[in-house]
Ligand binder design. Structure first.
Ligand code: GLU
Length: 450
């Protein structure tokens, strides 16, 4: 595991790599590499023993050119400002690649939720919601689940927001429980998009998902649902892991029973269906058709990448490969299906949830799943079209070429804004640069008139 790569620098490097192929001026690229703003706040919360504890929390709003900021909130001891900035940027390009009409944001609290009671986590979530209230909103910034957060946390944040605003506005946050305005199919959406992207990528290479061998690093929501969805499509999942280590069975693991075991016991260890216990590093270097990193950033660095034997990596986590790893894998002709496509199912169904909330009209799960499949396969087609047409070095660069063009185009189309910001200006429209006199070196657009 590389502890060294700074995720924000990794994001900037990914944008730089693609910038050579997009025909967008350096001045605009520079703008697309930094968040518009970051909220950093200290939350002081009463613990069950009556004492107080303080927590650092962040919300980065990276870019709103294509729509309201959108992205999850994670609870993890490793949360920090640069991580949140990177994650918010990845959301911008994820939404652009799958053409969901949102910008990107991300938030997090530096906390280990396992070390706290449910009531402490509720107070912490509500304290964060109160801090977020002035900057979020159904048309402004829409949070969602991420690492270690889910329906419960979303419901608390929604309730705090609605209570303080004296309104009902379920679309202010997505990933809620269905009875609180959540969408059918949201919990499984990220894992399902990993399956769709894997299937599309294998088919593109003339190969079949049925019979492909798969290893999954991380057995949380994204990893376990991806494993199950791939299993259901006929793939053989030979190894899965969590922070306690990895388990292996060359004949294939029962992915549903393994999840049940983890839910019951807290880890995948001692799962009866495994024939061997291996290390996390052993899992990452298994000779499989598809390797799926589904945990945190920086799981694979350049030195580990040199030992990778999988034919293809599909990124279920955000940022699991360092730029150094990318370079090695490109040289070795290992295809990497990038995070901003593979895990885009989560935000895509968040978009469907937001649409349903706004319409107060709810879809059956089958419709959600079908529409999700279309969005992800269209995203893959757009990515591959750019890869082929421009003979790009790898699939990640192709993804950024498509996404950067879409964001830069929305920026150019919004035109000049030559006056100084006034307090009356809608905050969502407030740019990081308050005086904007030119669109930079993206082509100005002339729209036809009726
Ligand atoms: N946290 C998820 C992601 O990284 C989902 C975000 C959302 O639904 O807004 O894509």
């Amino acid at each position: 595991m590389s502890k060294d790569a700074n995720p924000f620098e990794s994001l900037q490097e990914q944008i730089d790599d693609a910038s050579a192929y997009v025909g967008i001026g350096d001045d605009v690229i520079e703008r697309l590499k930094r968040p518009e703003r970051v909220l950093e706040t200290t939350l002081t919360v009463e613990m069950d023993n009556g004492g107080l504890e303080t927590f650092q929390a962040f919300r980065a709003q990276f870019n709103g050119d294509r729509g309201p900021y959108k992205g999850g909130i994670r609870y993890h001891p490793g949360v920090n400002r640069d991580e949140v900035k990177a994650l918010s940027g990845w959301m911008v390009y994820k939404c652009a690649l799958v053409d969901v009409p949102f910008g990107g944001g991300k938030g997090g609290i530096e906390v280990d939720p396992a070390a706290h009671s449910a009531s402490e986590m509720e107070r912490l979530s509500r304290a964060f919601a109160a801090e977020l209230r002035p900057i979020i909103g159904v048309d402004r910034d829409i949070p969602a689940p991420d690492v270690n957060t889910g329906q419960q946390e979303m419901n608390w944040i929604k309730d705090t927001y609605e209570t303080l605003e004296r309104t009902t506005e379920p679309g202010v946050i997505t990933g809620k429980a269905p009875d609180s305005g959540g969408s059918e199919g949201r919990v499984r959406a990220t894992g399902r998009s990993v399956m769709f992207s894997t299937r599309e990528a294998l088919n593109w290479l003339g190969r079949d998902l049925a019979g492909a061998t798969v290893a999954v690093q991380g057995y949380g929501n994204a990893g376990s649902v991806a494993a199950q969805a791939l299993d259901q499509e006929g793939a053989t999942v030979v190894s899965v892991s969590d922070s306690s280590g990895a388990i292996y069975n060359p004949e294939g693991l029962d992915t549903f029973a393994a999840k049940h075991h983890k839910t019951e016991t807290g880890s995948v260890q001692e799962f009866a269906g495994a024939t061997e216990v291996i290390s996390n590093e052993d899992l990452l270097t298994l000779d499989v058709d598809v390797l799926i990193p589904a945990a945190l950033e920086n799981a694979i660095d350049a030195s580990l990448a040199a030992d990778i034997r999988a034919d293809m990596i599909v990124e279920a986590a955000n940022g699991p490969l360092t730029p150094g790893a990318d370079e090695v894998l490109t040289d070795e002709d290992v295809y990497v299906v990038p995070d901003i496509l593979a895990n885009a199912g989560g935000v895509t169904v968040s978009y469907f949830e937001w649409v349903q909330n706004r319409n107060r009209f709810y879809w059956p799960e089958e419709r959600v799943n079908n529409e999700l499949e279309t969005v992800i396969t269209d995203g893959f087609d757009d990515l591959v079209a750019a890869f082929d047409e421009q003979d790009l070095p790898n699939l990640r660069t192709a993804a950024y070429v498509v996404a950067l063009r879409r964001v830069a185009s929305a920026y150019a189309q919004s035109g000049n804004w030559p006056w100084v910001y006034s307090r009356e200006t809608e905050p969502h429209r407030l740019r990081a640069v308050c005086v904007r006199v030119a669109c930079g070196s993206v082509d100005r657009v002339t729209f036809p008139r009726d």
